[in-house]
Design a protein around this ligand. Structure first.
Ligand code: PLP
Length: 363
């Protein structure tokens, strides 16, 4: 058994020793200037890392990615206007679910399974439904490992004068995101930014701020406008996840040092290395190569291999792999390449897979 388990789930991820030390940092009261300095630093570093200091503001939300997503969805449309949800998987469907729970009118465009996301359908919806104010789309649909053409959706939205909400929870840090074209970009500390789970954020375009201030609050806790205003004033309305913010600060220091472009390159190299290994093991990817993100690979379970048995064998070797979701449960499994993984972790993972799979596959 390895010294530490290698987390190959799409969050929580393995973190660096510096991030682990930071989560056990000094005890801070959230109403003292010491905490205000950390929070301001985190918000600034996020903008700086992604080179959007001049165009965006960052609101930190204590809660997992879904919390920031819910805050963004609630801020996405004025009363009486509609949210167009582009849904090609579990997380696209979640956006529609959030909107439905809060009775926000939506136009729900479904692309089931691995059907390609057809921009013509998005355009047709814009033409058909004048009430659409904002389009929401997931960047990396983590349930299938498919990367969606967010830049093209955002271009189309601009042509039709619509706002753009992107769930970039599992892509920021691993894939280039067209942030200049995104009004509400939702991210999470605990995936490709290498912090802990339970902390999330929304990057809000400055051009969206007047629209944001005109929205009625639709939640007390997940009120994006109020969160942003309170964080700018240094007066958190609720008790924030102080240790997670301290840890995220350390993770962002590492990101700023490395640079987002270099981090993305690292993810590309990881994905290429692992996928050569998966090919050698005879493991077929779920999605065509051209659609796959660099953050995760969804693989078909070979005939005769049960997920539970594979999971348990890998866990005994120290590697936590991840099951298929919804329609793909039982027929595929996922390996996320997120977090502070070393080249030796990746080599060890391929060796463990070779041992866990039936012999003929491991040739
Ligand atoms: C694309 C995407 N959106 C939303 C979520 C939900 O995030 P959380 O589980 O942190 O609430 C996830 C989690 O994996 C995700 O990958």
């Amino acid at each position: 058994m390895r010294r530490r388990p290698c987390l190959l789930c799409p969050g929580p991820v393995n973190v660096t020793p510096a991030v682990r030390r930071a989560v056990a940092g000094p005890d801070l009261c959230h109403r003292e200037p010491e905490f205000a300095a950390v929070l301001t630093g985190v918000r600034r570093k996020l903008l700086r890392a992604f080179s959007i200091t001049a165009t965006h503001r960052a609101a930190i939300i204590s809660g997992s990615g879904t919390a920031a997503l819910e805050a963004a969805v609630l801020a996405s449309v004025r009363p009486g206007r509609k949210l167009l949800v582009v849904d090609n998987g579990v997380y696209g469907a979640r956006i529609a679910q959030i909107a439905a729970i809060h009775h926000l009118p939506t136009v729900h465009l479904r692309f089931p399974g691995l059907a390609p996301l057809v921009l013509g359908r998005v355009e047709a919806a814009f033409r058909r439904e004048a009430a659409i104010e904002t389009v929401a789309v997931v960047h990396h649909e983590t349930s299938t490992g498919v990367l969606n053409p967010v830049a093209a959706v955002a271009r189309l939205a601009r042509q039709f004068n619509k706002s753009v909400l992107v769930d970039a929870i599992s892509s920021l840090g691993a894939e280039p995101a067209p942030l200049a074209a995104i009004d509400l970009c939702v991210g999470s500390a605990g995936k490709c930014l290498h912090g802990y789970p339970g902390l999330s954020f929304v990057l809000v375009a400055r051009r969206f701020l007047p629209a944001l201030s005109a929205r009625p609050p639709r939640s007390l806790y997940l009120d994006l406008r109020a969160a942003l205003a309170a964080q700018e004033a240094g007066e958190p309305p609720f008790t924030p996840a102080v240790p997670l913010i301290q840890a995220f600060d350390a993770a962002l220091d590492a990101l700023v040092r490395e640079g987002v472009a270099a981090r993305i390159h690292r993810y590309r190299r990881r994905a290429a290395f692992l996928r050569r290994g998966f090919d050698r093991l005879g493991l077929a990817p779920l999605a065509p190569r051209a659609l796959q993100s660099h953050a995760l690979t969804a693989l078909r379970l070979p005939p005769g291999v049960r997920y539970d048995a594979l999971h348990d064998a890998m866990k005994r070797a120290g590697y936590i792999i991840y099951a298929g979701q919804s329609g793909f449960r039982g027929t595929m499994f996922r390996i996320a390449h997120m977090g502070a993984l070393t080249p030796s972790d990746l080599r060890g993972l391929l060796r463990a897979l070779a041992r866990a799979l039936p012999r003929r596959r491991a040739a």
